[in-house]
Ligand binder design. Structure first.
Ligand SMILES: Nc1nc2c(c(=O)[nH]1)N[C@H]1C(S)=C(S)[C@@H](COP(=O)(O)O)O[C@H]1N2
Ligand SMILES: [Mo]
Length: 393
């Protein structure tokens, strides 16, 4: 017994902020309004998106709660919170982004399957906990100084929540052992979010945080951690969160053809304007976020006020008034940057934004070329329309 209880229904859900936009109720999936998202560099817990696949687990006795470490190791072990607390505490600022962020816009091109999200299925938090590399060292697996590519052993995180996709079984996912044992990959077993004890929605008492990787691999409410010979065979690894080409649809899909998505690509979105905004001709502030996966920083954010014909560079900042320089941002290399640009809009037009990461990767111009049946990784240029009107506003 791990001390985690998984309810079978939604009668014991935690309280949630009334301002959240609820995209699905049971399981609870919600995001803040886009304009609220970029009002602070660190996203308040209440406003942080919530992405669930079942009822939220409950801890009845934290003293009894433990996570068992099993699989390809000499001696399986149960780790209690007091064991985790004894390890050095690390604090990592990392943006968690759901692979389904901006799915609603992708589904407008052609229908996709999945919860609809606007542009706020992500948040930037300060996570604290033990490093997974330290935990694994404790059970006899040495640290690694570099992450070798996929293949080989994985570390599987298993929860207790009852998910219909798993036929009532728990949510699970895995990451390569080489990443898990690399201290520089900053993979955490986190027990705090924004310097407070994790709340139930975000994984209390303990969750994985895998920086730079789609949110689906950061498993909440950890019940066990298993060292396995190959990647996890669960639904969310093998039959979901895979990126398919636009010509694959439900009638010709072969799930085994593609790998589970891990790092997320370069992304940005404008948050200060709606998809269609009415305004009087004049000055407008274009504000949003930009981020990339794998620890790559943001080199540039380009903004266009003529639908992408001409561009100017937006100002990047982490904290208000503090400009962002990629090389100096190594402490926050897993985090988003915020951007801002002022524009003078005299007539109705389309505003667009695209980010370039430090590897020179840039967002694709159109959503059509990256359309995929699960509607993941919509990283196309973010476009909003402004309609100017001289009167009646
Ligand atoms: N146990 C468990 N872990 C989970 C999930 C879940 O449904 N159950 N959802 C995953 C997905 S798809 C995302 S995007 C993130 C969301 O984390 P958050 O709700 O803290 O924002 O958690 C991941 N970890
Ligand atoms: Mo997700």
């Amino acid at each position: 017994m791990s001390g985690l209880i998984a309810p079978s229904d939604y009668s014991q859900e935690p309280p949630r902020h009334p301002d959240l936009v609820v995209n699905a109720k049971d399981p609870f999936n919600a995001e803040p309004h886009r304009s609220a998202l970029v009002s602070s560099y660190v996203t308040p817990v209440n406003y942080f998106y919530k992405r669930n696949h079942g009822p939220i687990p409950i801890v009845d006795d934290i003293e009894k709660y433990n996570v068992s470490v099993t699989g390809l190791i000499q001696t399986p072990r149960k780790l209690f919170m007091k064991d985790i607390w004894k390890l050095p505490k690390y604090t990592v600022t990392a943006t968690l982004q759901c692979a389904g962020n901006r799915r609603t816009a992708m589904s407008r091109t052609r229908n996709v399957k999945g919860v609809g999200w606007d542009v706020a299925a992500l948040g930037n938090a300060v996570w604290s906990g033990a490093k997974l590399a330290d935990v694994l060292e404790l059970i006899g697996i040495p640290k690694h100084s570099h992450s070798t590519p996929s293949g080989g052993r994985h570390v599987e995180f298993v929860s207790v929540d009852k998910c219909k996709e798993e036929n009532g079984g728990p949510y699970k996912a895995s990451i390569p052992l080489s990443q898990a044992t690399n201290p520089e990959a900053d993979v955490l077993l986190a027990y705090e979010m924004n310097r407070e004890t994790l709340n139930r929605d975000h994984g209390y008492p303990l969750r994985g945080i895998v920086p730079g990787v789609i949110g689906a691999r950061s498993v909440k409410w950890l019940d066990s951690i298993n060292i396995i010979a190959e990647e996890c065979q669960g639904f969310f690894m093998q039959r979901d969160y895979k990126m398919f080409p636009p010509w694959v649809d439900w009638d010709n899909i072969d799930w085994s053809m593609r790998r589970p998505q891990m790092d997320f690509p370069v992304q940005c979105a404008i948050c200060s304007l709606e998809d269609v905004s009415m305004m009087k001709p004049g000055k407008v502030t274009i504000r949003g976020y930009a981020l990339s996966g794998g620890g790559r920083g943001i080199e540039r954010v380009d903004v266009s006020i003529d639908g992408g014909k001409t561009w100017t560079e937006a100002l990047k900042y982490q904290k208000h008034g503090v400009p962002y320089i990629p090389e100096d941002a190594s402490s926050d290399k897993w985090a988003w940057v915020l951007f801002e640009a002022e524009a003078d809009i005299q007539q109705s037009t389309e505003i667009a934004a695209k980010a370039v990461d430090t590897a020179g990767n840039v967002q694709p111009e159109n959503v059509q070329v990256i359309w995929n049946l699960r509607g993941i990784l919509n990283t196309s240029w973010h476009r909003v329309k402004v309609v100017t009107a001289h009167s009646n506003l």
